[in-house]
Design a protein around this ligand. Sequence first.
Ligand SMILES: *Cc1c(COP(=O)(O)O)cnc(C)c1O
Length: 365
Amino acid sequence: MDVAYLDLKKIHNKIQIELDEAYQQVMDRQWFIGGKADKDFEEAFASYCGASQCVGCGNGLDAIRLILLAYGIGQGDEVIVPANTFIATVLAITYVGATPIFVDADKDTYNIDVRQIEDKITVKTKAIIVVHLYGRAVDVTKVKIIADKYNLKVIEDAAQAHGAKLGGVRVGNLGDAAAFSFYPGKNLGALGDGGAVITNDKEIAERIRAYGNYGSYIKYNHVFQGCNSRLDEIQAAFLLIKLRYLDQWNKERRQIAEIYQEKIENKKVILPTLPQNMEEHVFHIYPILVADRIDFINYMKKKKITVNIHYPIPIMEQKAYEQYREQVDFYPVTKMICSQEVSLPLYPGMTKKQIDWVIQCINEF
Ligand SMILES: *Cc1c(COP(=O)(O)O)cnc(C)c1O
């Protein structure tokens, strides 16, 4: 039986008519940037997150970058960031000219090890970026206590965690500002690129909007050397439809993860540690650890199951960041995750038979 890693058709087929209508409405209006759909989606997504402000932008990387710019973070500043993340989190920091200060992952949550943050703070530190990796919220309450003590901003990279919660509060509403990506494969994905910033700070929201609009609050009046990073009407219109299904899709992801957690039994496979309250995890990724990863992936390929790796090479071992190469040994948990992690197929619309087949194959590995 074929099992794709992700099958977007399963998601989009069910809402085809609504997506077609949304497309038609934008076409009828012939207004493609900064119109009704953008406004409606921003309002709906802010409200979904429980926050007051949402600013659409071009993608998730830009969302992080625009937040850093709006806080005036740049050359000479340090930003604390998890070593175990997608490269975009770090690219945003170096784009603005700041220095990333890496913190290793926690061996249970795979998220930033909050206990190691304080030791990394210097007089140059301006912000802590937490990444809710794989759809699991970081314990931001603890991060905030540290941030308040040193007067630092807490920025959430929530690109993998639309709808996830911590103590009943949605991600996006836990720190000072949060970045979301609507890349098609995310839990809430556009039919192309897209991103957004969520915050409760109106002034910062307006500054971010201005930065992404050539540095202007008022047309042809430029106060910063900004850039062009905006959310298209057509994507906003699609996102507005898809947002209505997000909770249901996240629930389905959670149910699949629960079945994996309960039924996968193989000494060669380490399952993730899950949060006390499963309701808060949105399982963008279901990560397992396998020491013999290459063998395992080839075996699954023979069974026609596609798996993935998030992420195979630590950022410090990337050519793009070779100045950090010697540091990699200071991040043993990140190194371990990068060398053993395998992401199992998981998406709304996955059939019971497909789930059972994945489990059976893993148990027979
Ligand atoms: C996807 C992702 C991003 C970047 O989002 P884009 O929309 O692709 O730019 C940033 N951080 C994390 C953790 C991601 O998973």
